[in-house]
Design a protein around this ligand. Structure first.
Ligand SMILES: Nc1ncnc2c1ncn2[C@@H]1O[C@H](COP(=O)(O)OP(=O)(O)OP(=O)(O)O)[C@@H](O)[C@H]1O
Length: 464
């Protein structure tokens, strides 16, 4: 639709709503465009957007229809600059308000959500839900706390702080909470943003002399979610503003959810008073992933990929291999799997060990485990309760030879040492002996469930 068409449409609205309403509410709307059946307008304040949405959306939608345009919803966004009409006294939460004819709203709740996400600066990633979050020992507490908070109800711990290293699922959980809360209460003002965006908005408000709006906006939310809070460390005035916002919301019993890359007390240059406020609620740690969690995540991703790549085969042991080898973080693990699937579908081959090591050579090299031959020998001898010297030494008794072969196998799997090198570390044995040992264990893993379990246990222990 052209501006001209909008001009004509406005004239028709003028006749229906009368001059006064027109001047106050319709004239300030700046038509931006129609995107996917949603007509987008810039409004000077959120209040205007809300008011127009509540009082005139049916009329506007009707006029669009009469003009032959397929518009199902209206979206009002606060323009960066603009004047507030006299009628607007009340400060409103940030950015935008969305309105639709009631029937359309009900018919399309999911799309309504997408538009709502736009309301709060940081859009929610549709992949990050509780359904797609795999729970294991390292993240079960964080997950349980996130679930609990997402259910709403009386605020029992405030704030909830989720912290943990890079790529361990903090943002995923934050988005899942926001999504769940919005589903439970579509009218709640849930503000999710990164600490960086908080700072950016604060600086902008200072620059544009709109601090009052800023304060009112943040203080009027029902739930405040700030991701990567460590970002504000060392930024004094932002910290101060954050501190006041935080206190005001806690006083009103509004839920606050924070994520950080380390425990609040360990964030350097974060003011002590902010640190102590963050520690007042529930602080939960996302631990580094363990082997089982990584395997679980891979299995769940494969399940998701089945839709995109139907018929793609993945050989036994590949996921286990990746879970054992890529221990850095989940993001890298996911990236590896994505690349593997894309590559395999391109060349039209099954994902077997050869394709995996070819395709992921760089990732595997980069995340090469630090485990050493010595560590493996020590762990394996402890596991089978034999002396280290007996495992490395010349004795051929089965009770020594089998653990020795297990250790050789693990050295081959978990280190980058060549067969001759491994042989040398096992009392100067020949590489063919090592090869024989590795093959034997590979066979036994298939045929003997006790052996498979031993290998998994040892892998896990070496992973810790
Ligand atoms: N338990 C899990 N189940 C499923 N996917 C997960 C899990 N943990 C992490 N991921 C995935 O790993 C990727 C990285 O997670 P996310 O972005 O949440 O990490 P983060 O902790 O916020 O990292 P950063 O510190 O870099 O911000 C995402 O794609 C996320 O979906």
């Amino acid at each position: 639709m052209t501006e001209d068409q909008w001009g004509k449409l406005r004239q028709r609205l003028l006749k229906t709503v009368g001059q006064n309403n027109y001047t106050t509410w319709i004239e300030p709307l700046v038509f931006v465009g129609i995107n996917d059946e949603v007509a987008v307008f810039h409004v000077p304040t959120n209040f205007t957007g809300n008011y127009v949405g509540q009082n005139f959306s049916d009329l506007i939608l009707y006029e669009f229809k009469a003009a032959g345009l397929d518009v199902k919803r209206l979206l009002f966004k606060v323009a960066a600059k603009g004047t507030e009409p006299r009628a607007s006294r009340k400060a409103e939460p940030v950015a935008a308000a969305e309105h639709a004819g009631k029937r359309v709203m009900r018919a399309q709740p999911a799309r309504g959500d997408d538009a709502m996400a736009d309301l709060y600066t940081a859009p929610l990633d549709p992949r990050f839900s509780f359904d797609t979050f795999v729970v294991g020992k390292p993240n079960e507490l964080a997950h349980a706390a996130a679930r609990r908070v997402s259910e709403g109800g009386p605020v029992t711990f405030n704030p909830l702080v989720l912290y943990g290293g890079v790529g361990l699922g903090k943002t995923h959980l934050m988005h899942a909470i926001a999504r769940e809360m919005r589903e439970r209460d579509p009218n709640a003002n849930i503000l999710y943003l990164s600490a960086e965006q908080f700072m950016y908005r604060f600086v902008q408000a200072l620059r544009e002399k709109k601090m009052l709006d800023f304060k009112q906006m943040f203080r009027s939310v029902d739930v405040l979610m700030v991701d990567d809070v460590q970002f504000i460390a060392g930024k004094d005035s932002t910290q101060e503003e954050f501190f006041h916002t935080f206190n005001a919301l806690v006083d009103q019993h509004k839920q606050i959810i924070i994520s950080a890359d380390r425990a609040p007390g360990e964030i350097k240059d974060l003011e002590e008073r902010v640190q102590s406020r963050l520690q007042c609620g529930l602080v939960v740690d996302l631990h580094p992933t363990d082997y089982e969690l990584r395997l679980g995540i891979l299995q769940s991703k494969v399940q998701q990929y089945r839709g995109t790549y139907p018929g793609l085969q993945i050989a036994d042991g590949i996921l286990e291999f990746l879970a054992a080898r890529i221990t850095t973080n989940v993001r890298v693990l996911e990236g590896a799997l994505t690349r593997l699937f894309a590559f395999a579908s391109l060349v039209g081959r099954e994902i077997d060990m050869e394709l995996t090591t070819d395709c992921l050579a760089d990732v595997l090299r980069a995340s090469e485990r630090k485990v050493t031959v010595e560590e493996i020998q020590r762990k394996v001898s402890e596991y089978y309760t034999i002396r280290l010297s007996d495992m490395i030494g010349p004795k051929r008794l089965r009770s020594y030879a089998r653990p020795r072969q297990v250790a050789m196998y693990l050295c081959k799997q978990l280190t980058s040492r060549s067969l001759p090198e491994i042989g040398r570390r096992f009392g100067g044995r020949d590489h063919t002996t090592v090869m024989h040992g590795v093959r034997r264990i590979e066979e036994l893993r298939e045929s003997d469930s006790q052996m498979a379990e031993d290998i998994e246990n040892l892998r896990r222990q070496l992973d810790e």
